[in-house]
Design a protein around this ligand. Structure first.
Ligand SMILES: [Zn+2]
Length: 562
Protein backbone atom coordinates (compact mmCIF):
# COMPACT_ATOMS: atom_id res chain seq x y z
CA UNK A 1 0.00 0.00 0.00
CA UNK A 2 2.63 2.54 1.05
CA UNK A 3 4.91 1.23 -1.73
CA UNK A 4 2.14 2.03 -4.22
CA UNK A 5 2.04 5.50 -2.75
CA UNK A 6 5.78 6.13 -3.04
CA UNK A 7 5.67 4.77 -6.59
CA UNK A 8 2.79 7.07 -7.53
CA UNK A 9 4.51 10.10 -6.04
CA UNK A 10 7.63 9.40 -8.08
CA UNK A 11 5.56 8.77 -11.23
CA UNK A 12 3.64 12.03 -10.75
CA UNK A 13 6.93 13.87 -10.40
CA UNK A 14 8.03 12.35 -13.70
CA UNK A 15 11.18 10.64 -12.39
CA UNK A 16 9.92 7.03 -12.64
CA UNK A 17 8.11 5.22 -15.45
CA UNK A 18 5.22 2.80 -14.86
CA UNK A 19 7.33 0.03 -16.35
CA UNK A 20 10.31 0.68 -14.04
CA UNK A 21 7.96 0.89 -11.05
CA UNK A 22 6.48 -2.54 -11.85
CA UNK A 23 9.94 -4.02 -12.26
CA UNK A 24 11.03 -2.48 -8.97
CA UNK A 25 7.91 -3.74 -7.19
CA UNK A 26 8.57 -7.30 -8.32
CA UNK A 27 12.22 -7.06 -7.16
CA UNK A 28 10.92 -5.60 -3.90
CA UNK A 29 8.61 -8.59 -3.38
CA UNK A 30 11.35 -11.18 -3.78
CA UNK A 31 14.10 -9.26 -1.96
CA UNK A 32 11.95 -8.03 0.91
CA UNK A 33 13.87 -4.74 0.85
CA UNK A 34 12.10 -1.40 1.05
CA UNK A 35 10.95 0.06 -2.27
CA UNK A 36 13.09 3.20 -1.93
CA UNK A 37 16.18 1.02 -1.42
CA UNK A 38 15.29 -1.17 -4.42
CA UNK A 39 14.77 1.86 -6.66
CA UNK A 40 18.14 3.34 -5.73
CA UNK A 41 20.13 0.09 -5.70
CA UNK A 42 18.88 -0.85 -9.15
CA UNK A 43 19.50 2.67 -10.47
CA UNK A 44 15.86 3.36 -11.40
CA UNK A 45 16.26 6.69 -9.59
CA UNK A 46 19.07 8.43 -7.72
CA UNK A 47 18.99 9.12 -4.02
CA UNK A 48 18.94 12.83 -4.81
CA UNK A 49 15.85 12.40 -7.02
CA UNK A 50 14.07 10.58 -4.21
CA UNK A 51 14.95 13.30 -1.72
CA UNK A 52 13.94 16.13 -4.07
CA UNK A 53 10.65 14.47 -4.96
CA UNK A 54 9.62 13.87 -1.35
CA UNK A 55 10.58 17.45 -0.53
CA UNK A 56 8.51 18.87 -3.37
CA UNK A 57 5.51 16.54 -3.29
CA UNK A 58 5.07 15.95 0.43
CA UNK A 59 6.84 18.95 1.93
CA UNK A 60 9.22 16.71 3.86
CA UNK A 61 12.31 18.63 4.94
CA UNK A 62 15.81 17.52 4.08
CA UNK A 63 18.19 17.14 7.00
CA UNK A 64 21.84 17.57 6.06
CA UNK A 65 23.32 15.29 8.71
CA UNK A 66 26.77 15.87 7.24
CA UNK A 67 26.75 19.50 8.25
CA UNK A 68 24.74 19.33 11.42
CA UNK A 69 26.39 18.33 14.67
CA UNK A 70 23.83 16.50 16.75
CA UNK A 71 23.72 17.09 20.47
CA UNK A 72 24.78 13.80 22.17
CA UNK A 73 21.87 14.19 24.61
CA UNK A 74 19.45 13.48 21.72
CA UNK A 75 20.31 9.79 22.14
CA UNK A 76 18.03 9.61 25.16
CA UNK A 77 14.85 10.17 23.10
CA UNK A 78 15.31 7.09 20.91
CA UNK A 79 17.05 4.06 22.43
CA UNK A 80 19.92 2.61 20.42
CA UNK A 81 18.16 -0.64 19.44
CA UNK A 82 15.13 1.18 17.97
CA UNK A 83 17.32 3.81 16.30
CA UNK A 84 19.46 1.14 14.63
CA UNK A 85 16.58 -1.17 13.73
CA UNK A 86 14.63 1.58 11.93
CA UNK A 87 17.62 3.78 11.07
CA UNK A 88 16.21 6.83 12.84
CA UNK A 89 18.42 9.74 13.96
CA UNK A 90 16.86 12.00 16.61
CA UNK A 91 17.90 15.48 15.48
CA UNK A 92 16.27 18.11 17.67
CA UNK A 93 13.48 18.57 20.16
CA UNK A 94 11.22 21.54 20.93
CA UNK A 95 8.50 21.20 23.55
CA UNK A 96 6.57 18.05 22.76
CA UNK A 97 7.86 17.81 19.20
CA UNK A 98 10.78 15.62 18.10
CA UNK A 99 12.41 15.84 14.66
CA UNK A 100 13.91 12.63 13.31
CA UNK A 101 16.05 12.11 10.21
CA UNK A 102 15.55 8.96 8.15
CA UNK A 103 16.44 7.71 4.68
CA UNK A 104 12.83 6.61 4.19
CA UNK A 105 10.41 9.09 5.84
CA UNK A 106 7.45 7.07 4.48
CA UNK A 107 8.29 4.20 6.80
CA UNK A 108 5.23 4.54 9.01
CA UNK A 109 6.17 1.66 11.25
CA UNK A 110 9.43 3.45 12.11
CA UNK A 111 7.62 6.70 12.81
CA UNK A 112 5.13 4.89 15.06
CA UNK A 113 8.01 3.26 16.94
CA UNK A 114 9.68 6.65 17.41
CA UNK A 115 6.42 8.14 18.77
CA UNK A 116 5.97 5.28 21.17
CA UNK A 117 9.48 5.36 22.70
CA UNK A 118 9.88 9.14 22.78
CA UNK A 119 6.32 9.95 23.88
CA UNK A 120 6.52 12.97 21.56
CA UNK A 121 4.87 14.18 18.40
CA UNK A 122 7.27 13.17 15.67
CA UNK A 123 8.22 15.04 12.48
CA UNK A 124 10.17 12.91 9.98
CA UNK A 125 12.85 14.46 7.79
CA UNK A 126 14.71 12.87 4.91
CA UNK A 127 18.49 12.36 4.88
CA UNK A 128 21.10 10.55 2.80
CA UNK A 129 21.43 6.89 3.71
CA UNK A 130 25.22 7.09 4.25
CA UNK A 131 24.82 10.12 6.48
CA UNK A 132 22.18 8.31 8.57
CA UNK A 133 24.55 5.38 9.15
CA UNK A 134 27.38 7.67 10.12
CA UNK A 135 25.28 9.82 12.44
CA UNK A 136 23.95 6.68 14.16
CA UNK A 137 27.43 5.37 14.77
CA UNK A 138 28.74 8.67 16.12
CA UNK A 139 25.67 9.33 18.28
CA UNK A 140 25.34 5.86 19.76
CA UNK A 141 28.80 4.25 19.62
CA UNK A 142 30.63 7.09 21.32
CA UNK A 143 27.88 7.19 23.88
CA UNK A 144 28.14 3.40 24.20
CA UNK A 145 31.91 3.49 24.64
CA UNK A 146 31.74 6.26 27.23
CA UNK A 147 29.00 4.43 29.14
CA UNK A 148 30.93 1.16 29.09
CA UNK A 149 34.09 2.87 30.36
CA UNK A 150 32.05 4.41 33.18
CA UNK A 151 30.57 1.04 34.12
CA UNK A 152 33.97 -0.63 34.01
CA UNK A 153 35.40 1.98 36.33
CA UNK A 154 32.57 1.38 38.79
CA UNK A 155 33.36 -2.30 38.81
CA UNK A 156 37.07 -1.59 39.20
CA UNK A 157 38.96 -3.24 41.97
CA UNK A 158 38.83 -6.62 40.32
CA UNK A 159 42.28 -8.04 39.67
CA UNK A 160 43.66 -8.64 36.22
CA UNK A 161 43.08 -12.38 36.52
CA UNK A 162 39.46 -11.84 37.47
CA UNK A 163 39.03 -9.37 34.64
CA UNK A 164 40.38 -11.96 32.25
CA UNK A 165 37.97 -14.58 33.60
CA UNK A 166 35.20 -12.07 33.25
CA UNK A 167 36.17 -11.54 29.63
CA UNK A 168 36.18 -15.31 29.12
CA UNK A 169 32.75 -15.71 30.70
CA UNK A 170 31.42 -12.90 28.58
CA UNK A 171 32.57 -14.52 25.37
CA UNK A 172 29.07 -15.48 24.32
CA UNK A 173 27.95 -11.92 24.02
CA UNK A 174 26.71 -11.26 27.53
CA UNK A 175 26.40 -7.54 28.09
CA UNK A 176 29.45 -7.07 30.32
CA UNK A 177 30.82 -3.53 29.99
CA UNK A 178 34.14 -4.79 28.57
CA UNK A 179 32.27 -6.57 25.81
CA UNK A 180 30.19 -3.48 25.11
CA UNK A 181 33.29 -1.31 24.91
CA UNK A 182 35.11 -3.69 22.58
CA UNK A 183 32.01 -4.04 20.40
CA UNK A 184 31.56 -0.31 20.13
CA UNK A 185 35.22 0.09 19.10
CA UNK A 186 34.73 -2.53 16.38
CA UNK A 187 31.42 -1.04 15.24
CA UNK A 188 32.98 2.39 14.98
CA UNK A 189 35.82 1.02 12.86
CA UNK A 190 33.44 -0.80 10.51
CA UNK A 191 31.08 2.22 10.25
CA UNK A 192 33.96 4.57 9.36
CA UNK A 193 35.15 2.06 6.71
CA UNK A 194 38.50 1.78 8.50
CA UNK A 195 41.03 -0.79 7.25
CA UNK A 196 42.68 -1.25 10.68
CA UNK A 197 42.06 -0.48 14.33
CA UNK A 198 45.05 0.08 16.61
CA UNK A 199 44.59 -0.40 20.35
CA UNK A 200 47.79 0.98 21.85
CA UNK A 201 48.87 0.93 25.48
CA UNK A 202 50.81 4.09 26.38
CA UNK A 203 52.37 5.16 29.63
CA UNK A 204 49.29 6.75 31.21
CA UNK A 205 46.38 5.57 29.06
CA UNK A 206 45.36 3.36 26.17
CA UNK A 207 44.65 5.00 22.81
CA UNK A 208 42.39 3.71 20.03
CA UNK A 209 43.21 4.87 16.51
CA UNK A 210 41.59 3.85 13.23
CA UNK A 211 43.09 3.92 9.74
CA UNK A 212 40.75 5.54 7.22
CA UNK A 213 41.91 6.20 3.64
CA UNK A 214 45.43 5.22 4.64
CA UNK A 215 45.80 7.64 7.59
CA UNK A 216 45.44 7.01 11.32
CA UNK A 217 43.02 9.05 13.42
CA UNK A 218 42.56 8.85 17.16
CA UNK A 219 38.96 8.10 18.13
CA UNK A 220 39.05 7.14 21.80
CA UNK A 221 41.21 6.99 24.91
CA UNK A 222 40.67 4.33 27.54
CA UNK A 223 41.81 4.75 31.17
CA UNK A 224 44.96 2.77 31.94
CA UNK A 225 43.29 0.69 34.66
CA UNK A 226 40.90 -0.84 32.09
CA UNK A 227 43.69 -1.83 29.72
CA UNK A 228 44.09 -5.45 30.87
CA UNK A 229 40.38 -6.24 30.59
CA UNK A 230 40.08 -4.74 27.09
CA UNK A 231 43.14 -6.59 25.78
CA UNK A 232 41.90 -9.86 27.31
CA UNK A 233 38.55 -9.42 25.61
CA UNK A 234 40.21 -8.99 22.19
CA UNK A 235 42.34 -12.08 22.84
CA UNK A 236 39.36 -14.16 23.96
CA UNK A 237 37.25 -13.25 20.96
CA UNK A 238 40.05 -14.30 18.59
CA UNK A 239 40.96 -17.51 20.46
CA UNK A 240 44.38 -16.35 21.62
CA UNK A 241 45.99 -17.54 24.82
CA UNK A 242 45.08 -14.87 27.37
CA UNK A 243 47.65 -15.97 29.94
CA UNK A 244 50.52 -15.55 27.47
CA UNK A 245 51.54 -11.90 27.34
CA UNK A 246 55.22 -12.10 26.42
CA UNK A 247 55.11 -13.33 22.83
CA UNK A 248 53.24 -12.00 19.78
CA UNK A 249 50.05 -13.85 18.89
CA UNK A 250 47.53 -13.75 16.09
CA UNK A 251 43.98 -14.86 15.59
CA UNK A 252 40.77 -14.19 13.75
CA UNK A 253 37.20 -13.31 14.57
CA UNK A 254 33.92 -12.51 12.82
CA UNK A 255 31.52 -9.72 13.72
CA UNK A 256 28.05 -9.08 12.38
CA UNK A 257 27.01 -5.79 10.79
CA UNK A 258 23.60 -4.28 11.59
CA UNK A 259 22.44 -5.39 8.11
CA UNK A 260 23.22 -9.02 8.98
CA UNK A 261 26.34 -9.44 6.84
CA UNK A 262 29.58 -10.64 8.43
CA UNK A 263 32.91 -8.84 8.66
CA UNK A 264 36.11 -10.87 9.02
CA UNK A 265 38.74 -9.60 11.42
CA UNK A 266 42.44 -10.52 11.75
CA UNK A 267 43.84 -9.70 15.17
CA UNK A 268 47.44 -9.64 16.28
CA UNK A 269 49.23 -8.71 19.50
CA UNK A 270 52.72 -7.36 20.09
CA UNK A 271 54.23 -7.09 23.58
CA UNK A 272 55.37 -3.48 24.09
CA UNK A 273 56.97 -1.77 27.08
CA UNK A 274 53.52 -0.59 28.22
CA UNK A 275 51.64 -3.84 27.58
CA UNK A 276 50.29 -5.70 24.58
CA UNK A 277 49.32 -3.67 21.56
CA UNK A 278 46.39 -5.11 19.58
CA UNK A 279 45.92 -4.39 15.88
CA UNK A 280 42.71 -5.46 14.19
CA UNK A 281 42.65 -5.66 10.42
CA UNK A 282 39.13 -5.31 9.03
CA UNK A 283 38.68 -7.44 5.93
CA UNK A 284 35.70 -5.76 4.44
CA UNK A 285 35.19 -5.24 0.78
CA UNK A 286 32.21 -3.53 -0.67
CA UNK A 287 30.85 -5.40 -3.70
CA UNK A 288 29.78 -2.10 -5.25
CA UNK A 289 33.33 -0.74 -5.37
CA UNK A 290 34.78 -3.83 -7.06
CA UNK A 291 33.97 -2.63 -10.58
CA UNK A 292 36.06 -0.74 -13.11
CA UNK A 293 34.27 2.45 -12.23
CA UNK A 294 34.56 1.72 -8.52
CA UNK A 295 38.34 1.23 -8.62
CA UNK A 296 38.83 4.27 -10.87
CA UNK A 297 39.54 2.96 -14.40
CA UNK A 298 39.01 5.92 -16.73
CA UNK A 299 37.24 6.00 -20.08
CA UNK A 300 40.63 6.38 -21.70
CA UNK A 301 42.01 3.21 -20.08
CA UNK A 302 38.87 1.13 -20.56
CA UNK A 303 39.88 -0.23 -23.95
CA UNK A 304 43.32 -1.22 -22.67
CA UNK A 305 41.77 -2.95 -19.69
CA UNK A 306 39.55 -4.86 -22.18
CA UNK A 307 42.51 -5.78 -24.31
CA UNK A 308 44.38 -7.24 -21.34
CA UNK A 309 41.41 -9.28 -20.14
CA UNK A 310 40.67 -10.63 -23.63
CA UNK A 311 43.75 -12.88 -23.41
CA UNK A 312 42.92 -16.54 -22.83
CA UNK A 313 46.50 -17.38 -21.84
CA UNK A 314 49.53 -15.59 -20.51
CA UNK A 315 50.34 -13.51 -17.46
CA UNK A 316 48.60 -10.35 -16.25
CA UNK A 317 50.40 -8.48 -13.46
CA UNK A 318 49.15 -5.80 -11.10
CA UNK A 319 51.96 -3.86 -9.42
CA UNK A 320 52.31 -1.19 -6.76
CA UNK A 321 53.50 -0.73 -3.18
CA UNK A 322 51.56 -1.90 -0.10
CA UNK A 323 48.15 -0.26 0.17
CA UNK A 324 48.00 0.80 -3.47
CA UNK A 325 44.72 -1.01 -4.18
CA UNK A 326 46.16 -4.02 -6.02
CA UNK A 327 43.79 -6.46 -4.32
CA UNK A 328 40.69 -4.48 -5.35
CA UNK A 329 41.89 -4.48 -8.95
CA UNK A 330 42.56 -8.21 -8.76
CA UNK A 331 39.05 -8.88 -7.41
CA UNK A 332 37.54 -6.67 -10.11
CA UNK A 333 39.35 -8.70 -12.78
CA UNK A 334 38.27 -11.99 -11.18
CA UNK A 335 34.63 -10.87 -11.16
CA UNK A 336 34.83 -9.93 -14.83
CA UNK A 337 36.57 -13.15 -15.89
CA UNK A 338 34.58 -15.70 -13.92
CA UNK A 339 32.07 -17.69 -15.93
CA UNK A 340 30.22 -20.99 -15.94
CA UNK A 341 32.41 -22.24 -18.77
CA UNK A 342 35.84 -21.77 -17.18
CA UNK A 343 37.49 -23.27 -14.12
CA UNK A 344 38.92 -20.41 -12.14
CA UNK A 345 41.09 -21.03 -9.07
CA UNK A 346 42.23 -18.21 -6.83
CA UNK A 347 45.01 -18.55 -4.22
CA UNK A 348 44.76 -15.80 -1.62
CA UNK A 349 46.46 -14.73 1.60
CA UNK A 350 44.04 -13.96 3.18
CA UNK A 351 40.70 -14.37 1.36
CA UNK A 352 39.19 -10.90 1.72
CA UNK A 353 36.10 -11.26 -0.40
CA UNK A 354 34.09 -14.34 -1.30
CA UNK A 355 33.11 -14.75 -4.93
CA UNK A 356 30.52 -17.25 -6.07
CA UNK A 357 31.71 -19.45 -8.91
CA UNK A 358 35.42 -19.11 -8.15
CA UNK A 359 37.41 -21.77 -6.26
CA UNK A 360 39.15 -19.74 -3.57
CA UNK A 361 42.00 -21.19 -1.53
CA UNK A 362 43.34 -19.53 1.62
CA UNK A 363 47.13 -19.79 1.81
CA UNK A 364 48.29 -21.07 5.20
CA UNK A 365 52.06 -21.11 5.46
CA UNK A 366 51.96 -22.39 9.05
CA UNK A 367 50.74 -25.77 7.79
CA UNK A 368 52.87 -25.71 4.63
CA UNK A 369 50.20 -24.50 2.20
CA UNK A 370 52.39 -21.91 0.47
CA UNK A 371 51.68 -20.11 -2.81
CA UNK A 372 54.11 -22.49 -4.56
CA UNK A 373 52.61 -25.72 -3.16
CA UNK A 374 49.03 -24.52 -3.68
CA UNK A 375 49.90 -23.51 -7.25
CA UNK A 376 51.28 -26.99 -7.98
CA UNK A 377 48.15 -28.59 -6.56
CA UNK A 378 45.87 -26.28 -8.51
CA UNK A 379 47.61 -27.15 -11.80
CA UNK A 380 46.45 -30.75 -11.26
CA UNK A 381 42.84 -29.53 -11.08
CA UNK A 382 42.40 -28.63 -14.75
CA UNK A 383 42.35 -24.84 -14.37
CA UNK A 384 41.65 -22.30 -17.12
CA UNK A 385 42.35 -19.17 -15.10
CA UNK A 386 44.63 -19.07 -12.07
CA UNK A 387 44.89 -16.17 -9.72
CA UNK A 388 48.00 -16.05 -7.52
CA UNK A 389 47.51 -13.49 -4.73
CA UNK A 390 51.13 -12.40 -4.78
CA UNK A 391 54.41 -13.46 -6.37
CA UNK A 392 57.09 -13.04 -3.72
CA UNK A 393 59.46 -15.97 -4.19
CA UNK A 394 61.35 -17.57 -7.07
CA UNK A 395 59.57 -20.91 -6.90
CA UNK A 396 56.10 -19.33 -7.22
CA UNK A 397 57.35 -17.03 -10.00
CA UNK A 398 58.76 -19.99 -11.98
CA UNK A 399 55.64 -22.16 -11.73
CA UNK A 400 53.32 -19.23 -12.48
CA UNK A 401 55.27 -18.19 -15.59
CA UNK A 402 55.43 -21.79 -16.83
CA UNK A 403 51.66 -22.10 -16.35
CA UNK A 404 51.16 -18.85 -18.27
CA UNK A 405 53.33 -20.21 -21.11
CA UNK A 406 51.37 -23.45 -21.34
CA UNK A 407 47.89 -22.19 -22.10
CA UNK A 408 46.63 -20.87 -18.76
CA UNK A 409 45.65 -17.31 -17.99
CA UNK A 410 47.46 -16.31 -14.79
CA UNK A 411 46.71 -13.15 -12.80
CA UNK A 412 48.99 -12.00 -10.03
CA UNK A 413 50.41 -9.05 -8.13
CA UNK A 414 54.00 -8.02 -7.52
CA UNK A 415 55.14 -5.58 -4.90
CA UNK A 416 57.16 -3.09 -6.99
CA UNK A 417 57.06 0.61 -7.86
CA UNK A 418 56.06 0.33 -11.51
CA UNK A 419 55.66 -1.95 -14.52
CA UNK A 420 59.30 -1.98 -15.62
CA UNK A 421 60.55 -2.68 -12.08
CA UNK A 422 58.22 -5.69 -12.04
CA UNK A 423 60.14 -7.14 -14.98
CA UNK A 424 63.42 -6.55 -13.09
CA UNK A 425 61.93 -8.18 -10.01
CA UNK A 426 60.97 -11.30 -11.97
CA UNK A 427 64.52 -11.50 -13.32
CA UNK A 428 65.87 -11.16 -9.77
CA UNK A 429 63.64 -14.05 -8.75
CA UNK A 430 65.39 -16.16 -11.37
CA UNK A 431 62.85 -16.14 -14.22
CA UNK A 432 64.52 -16.23 -17.64
CA UNK A 433 63.92 -13.12 -19.81
CA UNK A 434 62.45 -15.23 -22.65
CA UNK A 435 59.81 -16.59 -20.22
CA UNK A 436 58.89 -13.07 -19.13
CA UNK A 437 58.75 -11.73 -22.68
CA UNK A 438 56.79 -14.77 -23.86
CA UNK A 439 54.15 -14.84 -21.16
CA UNK A 440 53.42 -11.32 -19.86
CA UNK A 441 50.41 -9.81 -21.68
CA UNK A 442 49.84 -6.72 -19.62
CA UNK A 443 51.00 -4.91 -16.50
CA UNK A 444 48.72 -2.60 -14.55
CA UNK A 445 50.54 -0.38 -12.09
CA UNK A 446 48.63 1.75 -9.64
CA UNK A 447 48.41 4.03 -6.61
CA UNK A 448 45.51 5.25 -4.49
CA UNK A 449 44.78 8.97 -4.33
CA UNK A 450 42.58 10.45 -1.63
CA UNK A 451 39.41 12.13 -2.87
CA UNK A 452 38.63 15.68 -1.79
CA UNK A 453 35.97 15.70 0.94
CA UNK A 454 32.77 16.83 -0.85
CA UNK A 455 31.58 18.48 2.34
CA UNK A 456 34.37 21.07 2.67
CA UNK A 457 35.67 21.38 -0.90
CA UNK A 458 36.82 24.86 -2.03
CA UNK A 459 38.83 26.36 -4.86
CA UNK A 460 42.49 27.31 -4.30
CA UNK A 461 45.46 28.71 -6.19
CA UNK A 462 48.40 26.31 -6.03
CA UNK A 463 52.02 27.45 -5.76
CA UNK A 464 54.20 27.73 -8.85
CA UNK A 465 56.51 25.15 -7.31
CA UNK A 466 53.74 22.51 -7.09
CA UNK A 467 52.61 23.24 -10.65
CA UNK A 468 56.16 22.77 -11.81
CA UNK A 469 56.58 19.39 -10.07
CA UNK A 470 53.29 18.17 -11.54
CA UNK A 471 54.37 19.33 -15.00
CA UNK A 472 51.40 21.64 -15.47
CA UNK A 473 52.41 24.38 -17.88
CA UNK A 474 49.01 25.99 -18.49
CA UNK A 475 47.41 26.38 -15.03
CA UNK A 476 44.83 28.85 -16.38
CA UNK A 477 43.05 25.90 -18.02
CA UNK A 478 42.44 24.31 -14.62
CA UNK A 479 40.40 24.90 -11.50
CA UNK A 480 42.21 23.58 -8.43
CA UNK A 481 40.43 22.46 -5.27
CA UNK A 482 41.16 21.18 -1.81
CA UNK A 483 39.14 20.32 1.30
CA UNK A 484 39.57 22.82 4.10
CA UNK A 485 38.79 20.17 6.74
CA UNK A 486 35.53 19.44 8.55
CA UNK A 487 34.09 16.89 10.99
CA UNK A 488 33.12 14.60 8.08
CA UNK A 489 36.76 14.06 7.15
CA UNK A 490 38.42 14.28 10.59
CA UNK A 491 39.74 17.66 9.49
CA UNK A 492 41.94 16.11 6.76
CA UNK A 493 40.05 17.53 3.77
CA UNK A 494 39.83 14.08 2.20
CA UNK A 495 37.17 11.37 2.20
CA UNK A 496 37.52 8.07 0.28
CA UNK A 497 40.10 7.14 -2.33
CA UNK A 498 40.33 6.34 -6.02
CA UNK A 499 42.89 4.38 -8.01
CA UNK A 500 45.17 6.01 -10.54
CA UNK A 501 46.60 3.71 -13.16
CA UNK A 502 49.23 3.14 -15.80
CA UNK A 503 48.41 0.26 -18.10
CA UNK A 504 51.10 -1.40 -20.15
CA UNK A 505 49.95 -3.73 -22.93
CA UNK A 506 52.47 -6.01 -24.58
CA UNK A 507 53.55 -5.39 -28.18
CA UNK A 508 56.11 -7.15 -30.34
CA UNK A 509 58.76 -4.45 -29.92
CA UNK A 510 58.55 -4.58 -26.12
CA UNK A 511 58.46 -8.38 -26.12
CA UNK A 512 61.65 -8.53 -28.19
CA UNK A 513 63.32 -5.98 -25.89
CA UNK A 514 62.44 -7.98 -22.75
CA UNK A 515 63.46 -11.30 -24.31
CA UNK A 516 66.79 -9.76 -25.36
CA UNK A 517 67.36 -8.91 -21.70
CA UNK A 518 67.61 -5.12 -22.20
CA UNK A 519 68.14 -2.94 -19.13
CA UNK A 520 65.25 -1.20 -17.42
CA UNK A 521 66.35 2.20 -18.78
CA UNK A 522 66.19 0.86 -22.32
CA UNK A 523 62.85 -0.85 -21.65
CA UNK A 524 61.39 2.46 -20.39
CA UNK A 525 62.44 4.09 -23.63
CA UNK A 526 60.65 1.41 -25.67
CA UNK A 527 57.51 1.82 -23.56
CA UNK A 528 57.44 5.61 -23.85
CA UNK A 529 57.86 5.36 -27.60
CA UNK A 530 54.81 3.12 -28.02
CA UNK A 531 52.03 5.52 -29.00
CA UNK A 532 49.16 4.56 -26.72
CA UNK A 533 51.02 4.55 -23.39
CA UNK A 534 49.55 7.02 -20.88
CA UNK A 535 51.86 7.56 -17.88
CA UNK A 536 50.34 7.56 -14.41
CA UNK A 537 51.11 11.24 -13.84
CA UNK A 538 48.94 12.17 -16.85
CA UNK A 539 46.02 10.25 -15.34
CA UNK A 540 46.69 11.88 -11.97
CA UNK A 541 46.63 15.34 -13.61
CA UNK A 542 43.22 14.46 -15.10
CA UNK A 543 41.92 13.66 -11.60
CA UNK A 544 43.20 17.03 -10.39
CA UNK A 545 41.59 18.79 -13.37
CA UNK A 546 38.25 17.13 -12.60
CA UNK A 547 38.41 18.33 -9.00
CA UNK A 548 38.49 14.75 -7.66
CA UNK A 549 41.83 15.03 -5.88
CA UNK A 550 44.31 17.76 -4.96
CA UNK A 551 47.51 18.73 -6.71
CA UNK A 552 49.36 18.01 -3.44
CA UNK A 553 48.06 14.46 -3.30
CA UNK A 554 48.87 13.78 -6.98
CA UNK A 555 52.40 15.11 -6.56
CA UNK A 556 53.05 13.24 -3.31
CA UNK A 557 51.81 9.88 -4.55
CA UNK A 558 52.69 9.93 -8.22
CA UNK A 559 55.06 12.57 -9.55
CA UNK A 560 58.04 11.28 -7.61
CA UNK A 561 58.01 7.92 -9.35
CA UNK A 562 58.08 9.22 -12.90
ZN1 LIG B 1 35.63 17.66 5.02
Amino acid sequence: MQYRRLGEILQDAGVLSEEDLNRALSIQKTSGKRLGTVLIENKFITEMQLIDTLKMQLGIDFEDLNNEKIDPSMAKYIPKNIAKQYRIVPVKVQGDRLWIAMEDPLNFRAIEAAKEVSKKRVTPMIAYSDAVGRALSVLYENEGAALAIEQMQEERGVTVAEAAEDAQAANDGAAAPTVKLVNSILERGVAEKASDIHVEPREHEMVVRIRVDGRLTQVLTIPKELQAAVISRFKVMSNMNITERRVPQDGRAVVRRPDGTNVDLRLSTLPTIYGEKVVIRILSRDQKTLTRQGIGITERDNAKFDRILENSAGMILIVGPTGSGKTSTLYTMIQELKSDTVNMISLEDPVEFQIDGVTQVAINEKVGLTFASALRACLRQDPDIICVGEIRDGETAQIAMQAAMTGHLVLSTIHTEDAISAIDRLKDLGVEPYLIGGSVRGIVSQRLLRRICPNCKEEIVPSAHMLDIAGIKDPSKYHFYHGKGCHMCFGTGYRGRTGVFEILTMNSKLRDAITAGLSSTELRKVVNESGDFVPMIANARDLVAKGITTLDEAVREVATIE
